[in-house]
Design a protein around this ligand. Structure first.
Ligand SMILES: CC(C)(COP(=O)(O)OP(=O)(O)OC[C@H]1O[C@@H](n2cnc3c(N)ncnc32)[C@H](O)[C@@H]1OP(=O)(O)O)[C@@H](O)C(=O)NCCC(=O)NCCS
Length: 417
């Protein structure tokens, strides 16, 4: 559900375990606990708060905690207490058939899933500027933060509206959780309409995005409740499938892609110690290596592509979107802007020149780094255009759909978080 590249790896999505719990323990917290008295997590929950904090901190430090795994090897040893109850592909399944894992139920549960006492569901009205600001605050403070407190996402209200309100969006698919006492927004998950072709099947489904739990409420099983509730609301509209991406390994990736990055503003990236830059390379060498043409080759207009032939027919098209980060604790730089390749369509087999034009355009528009996934035919230009090799995976998942694995070059969608 996120694709901001190496930065996201550095930011580390599961860093919230050290967060302190609120002083007053909500009585109904059982709803976020597993069942069964001998469950180790129930036993952990039964310990005094201070002890729990110490244990959770230690588990995080040694990466042995209940956080989802980052590799398939780790995943094979992980017990998915929630995901194993869901209609999703299993890790070792070599699916050959195509279709829903469970048929849609006749009656969809009418009532929302229960939240522990002290919390309530709130459907967020994103047309309200104050609600949008609250969502920005939740995401910017909790979506990602690196261990050394350097970079943070900086989603703007406009960005959130763009990604959460595509054509046919529904308000009820923007599910928030608030604290009853002070109405503070502490959890969020969203679904947006998506029309997908999976192999030969065209399917109306949703794209699930922006799953976020406040750092102080991590590791309390709020995520399963959020996922169940958004699923219920989607089911109410007669839809039973979802597509989503994550950096973590869940059961079971349909495709595992790589995020690759291309420095645009080399000096700034070096100054902010941007992760993933080649170590021990001098600024001069890095500048030389990453030099880009001054002007675009195929499109000399000030507007971005599409490119038209002499008859006015569109022959090539490239599009990218931007996300921003706050740079914390730096004497000079306060922000960092990343452009992400959305799609490129070209009349020639290798769209290298077209993508290079996109890099030039992105640099001119003030972006510092450009990311692209190794999906579709992108590998034809990624290395030529000096996109870094990266070990950062982005896994694609389908909810309630069985089909064989898909190789990255056959993945045709990029899902902005
Ligand atoms: C992702 C996040 C919501 C998980 O919260 P948490 O407090 O660590 O986890 P919880 O105790 O609520 O729930 C644990 C369950 O959620 C699952 N889970 C964790 N991260 C998940 C993700 N990104 N997508 C789907 N499920 C996830 C776990 O696998 C676990 O289920 P399991 O028992 O089947 O393994 C939280 O870490 C967060 O807000 N991170 C920052 C934003 C982010 O990374 N969002 C996801 C982008 S893909």
């Amino acid at each position: 559900m996120t694709d901001s590249g190496l930065l996201d790896k550095k930011l580390g999505v599961e860093d919230g375990g050290a967060g302190r719990k609120s002083k007053k323990k909500p009585k109904g917290e059982d709803a976020w606990r597993p069942l069964g008295p001998r469950d180790p997590f129930a036993m952990l929950d039964a310990l005094p708060e201070k002890k729990q904090q110490e244990i959770q901190k230690a588990l995080h430090l040694f990466a042995l905690g209940p956080s989802p795994p980052r590799s398939l090897q780790e995943a094979e040893r992980h017990t998915y207490r929630f995901w194993d109850t869901q209609p999703v592909r299993r890790l070792k399944d070599n699916a050959t058939s195509h279709g829903p894992i469970v048929e849609s139920e006749a009656g969809v549960r009418k009532d929302p899933y229960s939240l522990p006492q002290g919390f309530f569901w709130d459907t967020l009205d994103l047309n309200s500027s104050s609600v949008l600001r609250e969502l920005c605050a939740l995401l910017n403070d909790n979506y990602t933060e690196d261990d050394d407190n350097t970079f943070r996402h900086d989603f703007s209200p406009e960005y959130l509206q763009w990604t959460l309100q595509p054509p046919n969006w529904l308000t009820q698919w923007h599910c928030g959780v608030r604290v009853s006492a002070n109405k503070k927004l502490v959890g969020f998950i969203a679904a947006a309409p998506a029309h997908l072709r999976v192999y030969e099947t065209l399917r109306q489904m949703v794209h699930v995005k922006f799953l976020c739990v406040h750092k102080k409420l991590r590791l309390k099983r709020m995520t399963p409740v959020l996922i169940r509730e958004v699923t219920r609301r989607v089911n109410q509209q007669g839809l039973c499938q979802a597509v989503y991406t994550a950096g973590v390994v869940l059961p079971a990736p349909l495709s595992s892609c790589r995020i690759r990055e291309r420095p645009l503003n080399v000096q700034k990236l070096m100054e902010v110690n941007y992760p993933g830059l080649k170590p021990d390379v001098s600024l001069q060498r890095a500048l030389r290596f990453n030099r880009l043409p001054e002007v675009r080759k195929r499109c000399h207009l000030e507007t971005p592509p599409p490119i038209q032939d002499d008859d006015g027919k569109v022959t090539d098209m490239v599009s990218f979107y931007g996300t921003a980060f706050r740079v914390l604790n730096h004497p000079i730089h306060t922000d960092l802007r990343a452009a992400h390749l959305l799609c490129a369509v070209s009349s020639v087999p290798e769209p290298t020149d077209l993508i290079e034009d996109a890099l030039v355009l992105a640099r001119a528009k003030g972006f510092d780094v450009f990311t692209a996934l190794n999906v579709m035919g992108n590998t034809t230009f990624l290395t030529k255009l000096k996109f870094s090799d990266s070990e950062i995976s982005l896994h694609y998942y389908l909810y309630n759909w069985q089909c064989p694995d898909i190789s990255p070059d056959k993945v045709g969608i990029v899902l902005p978080s």
